[in-house]
Design a protein around this ligand. Structure first.
Ligand code: G3I
Length: 356
């Protein structure tokens, strides 16, 4: 009896020490605030979508961008409505040029966004009259002009954005109506011809909440590739929120990575006020969930093969920059004064777990 009690105590001690060493491995080492930037800590490019007016007018915004990020996506400046706002063949390059120039001077990668989308179309496109061949020529001409201008400067493009619905069927866009499903192939082939070195993405949202859409996106892309269409990666926008489970998010990333293609978490934000309550006030519990979820998303990205990690891009820099700001929300890594939030340290913790 005495003997077996000793054994039990010894076993308990061994268990405790094993548990303690596991904990040491799994518990993130504390990240010192303000010492290591995201771009220094991240094993892959870490970026943000940028607003041109804030870039031009707000010094703290520019400083945050150059300190923290190694990749940029123009939030709006490279959309069709911005590049060719009023007339076919009449381009407004100023904002996009400014961003490309800034990125080059600061050694930041540019991800271009986006060529074919149902949204942000100039009215001349909505009113365009022509045969299917005229529509194809118009789209081809637009993509060739933009890719050629930034050839060798823009590393990657969202060539087609949001072509599928949540139920996995094709979205009825003007491109589908006027050209047919082949618009996707045309867009990718044209972009590739204009810059064979650019990395080309199909970009969409909802992979984490619709398994049907997740499968449809991956199947569509694989099918196109099997016919020789130059698609190199899939963007998961990941506009997600506090009601979304870790399992669904991680599953979306892993299932997409199983295609073997490059993965870009391309528009990441994490809404706390998913019900869009105009009186929502932020609280510690929600911020803690946000921190843990950001950590899980980054950890999932860290766990896919390094060659497939194109990067993570947050959709904005500070909370006040977010497209979600029509209601109170706090979806990003920096607060409205560009101070790091707790979720910023969640991201850093995911990187420190990877290193340990
Ligand atoms: O720049 C004009 C400004 O001059 C004018 O005074 C103001 C009046 O409303 O509008 C400004 O443009 C707006 C622009 O955002 C900049 O704030 C556009 O109307 C508005 O449509 C545009 O919204 C953008 C939206 O895409 C549509 O292009 C959002 O900023 C942008 O965050 C959002 O981003 C999309 C991604 O491209 C694709 N995935 C979903 C994501 C969120 O919707």
């Amino acid at each position: 009896m005495q003997y077996s009690k000793k054994i039990l105590i010894a076993l308990f001690c061994i268990h405790l020490s094993v548990f303690a060493s596991c904990e040491q491995k799994n518990t993130p080492s504390p990240v010192e605030p303000d010492t290591v930037s995201l771009k220094e800590a991240s094993p892959f490019p870490f970026g943000a979508a940028l607003s041109i007016s804030k870039m031009k007018n707000l010094e703290i915004y520019r400083t945050t961008v150059t300190t923290e990020f190694s990749s940029l996506t123009p939030e709006n400046a490279m959309k069709m409505a911005n590049l060719a706002p009023s007339k076919k063949d009449q381009y407004t390059w100023d904002d996009a040029d400014y961003l490309v120039d800034f990125a080059q001077k600061n050694n930041i990668r540019i991800h271009g966004h986006c060529f074919v989308w149902h949204n942000s179309l100039p009215s001349w496109v909505n009113n365009f009259v022509g045969t299917k061949e005229d529509w194809k020529a118009m789209l081809k001409d637009y993509i060739t002009t933009v890719v050629s201008r930034y050839k060798g400067k823009v590393a990657s493009w969202d060539v087609v954005n949001e072509a599928l619905l949540d139920d996995g069927t094709p979205r009825q866009t003007i491109w589908l109506t006027k050209i047919g499903w082949e618009y996707i192939e045309l867009a990718f082939r044209t972009a590739h011809e204009a810059d064979p070195n650019a990395v080309l993405f199909y970009n969409d949202y909802g992979q984490e909440y619709s398994k049907v859409k997740l499968a449809a996106i991956n199947d569509t892309v694989k099918n196109l590739i099997s016919r020789g269409v130059p698609i190199h990666g899939i963007g998961l926008q990941m506009h997600t929120n506090i009601n979304q489970s870790v399992d669904n998010i991680v599953n979306a990333i892993n299932q997409t990575a199983a295609t073997g293609l490059k993965i870009h978490i391309s528009e990441l934000d994490f809404a706390l006020n998913s019900s869009k309550n105009p009186n929502y006030t932020v609280n510690d519990t929600d911020l803690a969930t946000q921190k843990s979820r950001y950590r899980s998303i980054v950890a999932a990205m860290c766990s896919i093969p390094a060659s497939q990690r194109w990067g993570i891009t947050t959709w904005g820099v500070g909370d006040d920059d977010s497209w979600l700001k029509t209601n109170p929300d706090f979806p990003l890594l920096f607060d409205s004064n560009y101070k790091q939030k707790s979720c910023y340290y969640g991201v850093q913790e995911a990187f420190s777990i990877l290193k340990n």
